[in-house]
Design a protein around this ligand. Structure first.
Ligand SMILES: O=P(O)(O)OC[C@H]1O[C@H](O)[C@H](O)[C@@H](O)[C@@H]1O
Length: 545
């Protein structure tokens, strides 16, 4: 057993998990449950009362957090300690949204001035593109941005831009390309005019195959359609921490926006990686996004554990994964603009907490990060919610909804809200056999038939959910929401004692992919790998038309 699972608090939680009544009973007994188990912070409201938790549960979970020294881990992150131990890196995405007068040390220097300078450089660039001062090679103003990146250098800019659609105010259009499948970039380029298109290449490492290949294809397209080598600088900028490689690649030095080793890819949208967002919503809105995240940072750093939103959400999710065998966690956004958030949180959480050894290399004997998935409500209600209600798996859910719509239209929003709240209610209370039988009372069926159908209509209920609300979706509330999930990820990783900030599994895939590519292009057939890999490579080689 590991220290964690043999600890008395872990054992106490395991025992307690077997003793809880159905949530229906919890609500029946306590009319104040909503007030007691809800919380506001940074423009967000969290109702966590529909969880399998009593006061005792929460106390045990807070004790777990205390005994695993969560507070120390939080302080260590904010202080710039090298908590990404396998890469000896600080984890300081919080510095990207810190106040300009804060002082934060990393790599032996105060990094806030560099962050502020980069924001100023972004601002000048956005102004110049939006005002039309920045001109393409034929003297025309830029109309279209193509953002090329993948992973954290793609999901953040794309999904946050989509989320902030009501705030697009610059007149620019932005297209996102990530996949190395040539179809992705080809289909975008078909729509574009090289004279008025600006490519933003985003790659922290400047070594990611997909991004390099897509950028080379974009450059070839630019040169083929009339641009010249000397005019590339008017159409290509890059965001990277590897300035040397970017310069070697041919990006003009002035067109390089820096980022740093102490920002993980999946935590990087707050840096110049967010440039496509800023080009769409303007710098004021981009700064408001940062402010919202900063407020959540302050809350996370300072609020006591019992009033700390990311801590509460992290503990509750861990509760189901470790003590009820929940293998996945669903994020359901009741807002069309936020339809991409489940995919964003998926990368954030699964790349961070998809780990199976502790910091000291011991294999864990407990579950770590769950599968994160989800989609847009109400659409999912007509599809996978069936499994949430009556499937055999326990899947805790987060429902996210702004209380006011950017597009008020008749009864639409009230219907949206009623579906959202109605789903949480149905998941919690379920339907008993007696209730199902009562519903069938008037049906023209025999008692036996009624009983059979009623059995199919039974829903166990007791399915946990959080409901996260905000008055309105704004850059600030969205910033706070994203930071909330970032910190929730840290909370869980800290308790599991894993490194939430490396991604060696992804790295392996990258390396093997490069090796296979070399074998596909080699003069002789592949023979040195396993039979399946050799077979697939050789089949590919033979079938090229
Ligand atoms: O920004 P880049 O260096 O190109 O990296 C892009 C992505 O590469 C990998 O897949 C990492 O696992 C991601 O976290 C990262 O965001």
């Amino acid at each position: 057993m590991t220290h964690l699972t043999e600890s008395s608090i872990w054992q106490a939680l395991a025992k307690h998990s077997l003793q809880l009544p159905h949530m229906r009973e919890m609500f029946a007994k306590d009319s104040q449950r909503f007030e007691a188990m809800s919380l506001s912070a940074c423009g967000l409201f969290l109702d966590y009362s529909k969880n399998r938790a009593t006061t005792e549960t929460l106390e045990l979970l807070f004790k777990l957090a205390e005994e695993t020294e969560l507070k120390d881990k939080i302080c260590a992150m904010f202080a710039g300690d090298l908590i990404n131990t396998t890469e000896q890196r600080a984890v300081l995405h919080t510095a990207l949204r810190a106040d300009a007068d804060q002082e934060i040390q990393a790599e032996g220097r105060d990094i806030v001035p560099e962050v502020q300078q980069t924001l100023a450089k972004m601002e000048a660039f956005v102004d110049s593109v939006v005002s039309g001062q920045w001109r393409g090679y034929t003297g025309k103003a830029i109309t279209d941005i193509v953002s090329i990146g993948i992973g954290g250098s793609f999901l953040g800019p794309k999904i946050i831009s989509q989320g902030l659609r009501p705030y697009w105010n610059t007149g620019l259009a932005c297209h996102f390309v990530a996949n190395v499948d040539g179809t992705a970039i080809s289909e975008k380029l078909k729509l574009l005019n090289p004279e008025t298109t600006l490519f933003v290449m985003s790659s922290k490492s400047f070594g990611t195959q997909e991004t390099l290949t897509n950028t080379l294809s974009a450059k070839a397209w630019f040169l083929k359609l009339g641009g010249s080598q000397s005019e590339v600088a008017k159409h290509f900028v890059a965001v990277t921490s590897n300035v040397t490689k970017a310069t070697e690649f041919g990006i003009a030095t002035d067109n390089i926006f820096p980022m740093w080793d102490w920002v993980g890819g999946r935590y990087s949208l707050w840096s110049a990686i967010g440039l496509p967002i800023a080009l769409l919503v303007g710098m004021d809105n981009f700064r408001a996004l940062l402010r919202g995240a900063h407020e959540m940072d302050e809350h996370f750093a300072k609020a006591p554990l019992r009033e700390n939103m990311p801590v509460i959400m992290g503990l509750l999710s861990l509760w189901y994964g470790n003590f009820f065998n929940a293998q996945s966690h669903v994020v359901l956004t009741y807002d069309h603009y936020l339809r991409g958030l489940p995919a964003y949180f998926q990368q954030l959480d699964m790349e961070s907490n998809g780990k199976s050894v502790t910091l000291d290399g011991t294999r864990v004997d407990y579950s770590t990060g769950p599968v994160i998935w989800g989609g847009e409500g109400t659409n999912g209600q007509h599809a996978y919610h069936q499994l949430l209600h009556q499937g055999t798996a326990l899947i805790p859910a987060d429902f996210i909804m702004p209380l006011n719509s950017h597009n008020p239209l008749g009864e639409h929003h009230a219907q949206l809200a009623s579906n959202c709240f109605g789903q949480t209610q149905a998941l919690m209370q379920g339907r008993t056999l007696d209730e199902a039988m009562a519903e069938l009372a008037g049906a023209q069926l025999s008692d036996e038939e009624k009983l059979l159908i009623a059995k199919h209509k039974v829903m166990p209920g007791n399915k946990p959910s959080n409901t996260l609300l905000m008055d309105k979706l704004t850059p600030q509330t969205l910033g706070a929401l994203i930071a909330l999930y970032e910190h929730r990820t840290l909370v869980q990783g800290a308790i599991w004692q894993i490194n939430s900030f490396d991604q060696w599994g992804v790295e392996l895939g990258k390396n093997l992919g490069n090796d296979v590519l070399a074998r596909i292009g080699a003069p002789q057939a592949a023979t040195e790998l396993d039979a399946s890999s050799n077979g697939l490579i050789n089949l590919y080689r033979q079938r090229q038309i």
